[in-house]
Ligand binder design. Structure first.
Ligand SMILES: [Zn+2]
Length: 308
């Protein structure tokens, strides 16, 4: 796997499943894309104006999931777990054909997406990857939610969530996407409180939600028969979401993120803050072969958990 050069997938792969919010069955086809093309969704249930770029500027709604929309009003939602899987598997360029409005939720985590990408294989390309390197700390706050990013040679996330529920509580975890084992992160599922389900369904969302694709917490009990997949599954899922949302920057980010509370909408507001208002606080860089040695000695290229 190349960290200097861009990658696409080796083979076309298809999968299908139900959308978490729409409940609709959807077919998805992942197709290799040329260099510098980036990640693009294509709504094949429309004949024209149907490409939606994975770009922070195209986020039109971020209530409970991330929805992208192009200027013609074509939308695709719940993109974040697939985007996180693409980031973790180091894939820069891919076209995602979809015949409906929402990416299937599968098991509620990124695990199945990563298995699908492993099956597709990775193909190294000749153009260099572009990194967004943070040069100076940037902060953003909205009421009690806080987020910041500071310079780092890797992408790290330190996240603390806060729920008025004893089981979820104030979980906190730190993940370095280059150095840490990502198995727990990849398998961590989306979650909700039992008492919120009716409210969410009443606004037309979570129509496809079930114990097969979400952790449901009722008071001090987890309703899923097998409980949690790992001790910090709640906060790990929030970190996974954040990674998926941050790839919408269009670059792999080199920086250390600290986030207190927050979610899809907050992540998007912060990306806009960085990219639109802090141009002097980051630079876009590429790595050369010579530098790779230096970096790999520091451990920059080691420890990737997914040998896709
Ligand atoms: Zn999520």
């Amino acid at each position: 796997m190349s960290k200097i050069y861009q990658n696409t997938i080796r083979n076309v792969v298809t999968f299908k499943g139900n959308g978490l919010h729409s409940g609709k069955n959807t077919n998805v086809k992942l197709i290799p894309a040329i260099e510098n093309e980036g990640i693009n969704f294509k709504r094949i249930d429309f004949n024209e104006n149907n490409t939606i770029k994975a770009d922070y500027k195209n986020v039109s709604s971020a209530t409970l999931c991330t929805t992208l929309e192009n200027k013609f009003g074509r939308k695709v939602s719940t993109v974040e777990h697939l985007l996180a899987a693409l980031y973790i598997c180091d894939i820069d360029n891919v076209t995602i054909e979809i015949d409906n409005e929402e990416i299937p939720i599968l098991d509620g985590s990124s695990k199945e997406f990563i298995n699908i990408l492993k099956n597709a294989g990775i193909k190294k390309q000749t153009a260099r990857k572009k990194y967004l390197k943070i040069l100076k700390r940037i902060e953003y706050q909205d009421k009690d939610k806080k987020i910041s990013i500071e310079p780092s040679s890797t992408f790290e996330v330190d996240f603390e969530l806060h729920y008025n529920n004893k089981i979820i509580g104030n979980q906190r975890n730190k993940i370095n996407f280059t150095k840490d084992n990502l198995e727990n992160l990849i398998e961590s599922r989306t979650f909700c409180l039992y008492e919120d389900i009716e409210k969410i369904k009443n606004i037309g969302l979570a129509q496809g939600g079930s114990l097969d694709n979400a952790i449901v917490v009722k008071d001090e009990k987890i309703l899923n028969v097998n409980g949690l997949r790992n001790k910090k599954e709640f906060v790990n899922h929030k970190i996974l979401d954040l990674a998926g949302d941050f790839i919408l920057a269009g670059y792999n980010i080199l920086g250390k993120v600290e986030c207190y509370k927050g979610g899809h909408e907050f992540s998007n507001l912060f990306l806009r803050e960085i990219l639109d208002k802090n141009k002097h606080n980051f630079e876009i860089i590429e790595f050369k072969e010579k530098e790779t040695k230096k970096i790999s000695q520091k451990g920059y290229f080691t420890g990737l958990a997914v040998n896709a």
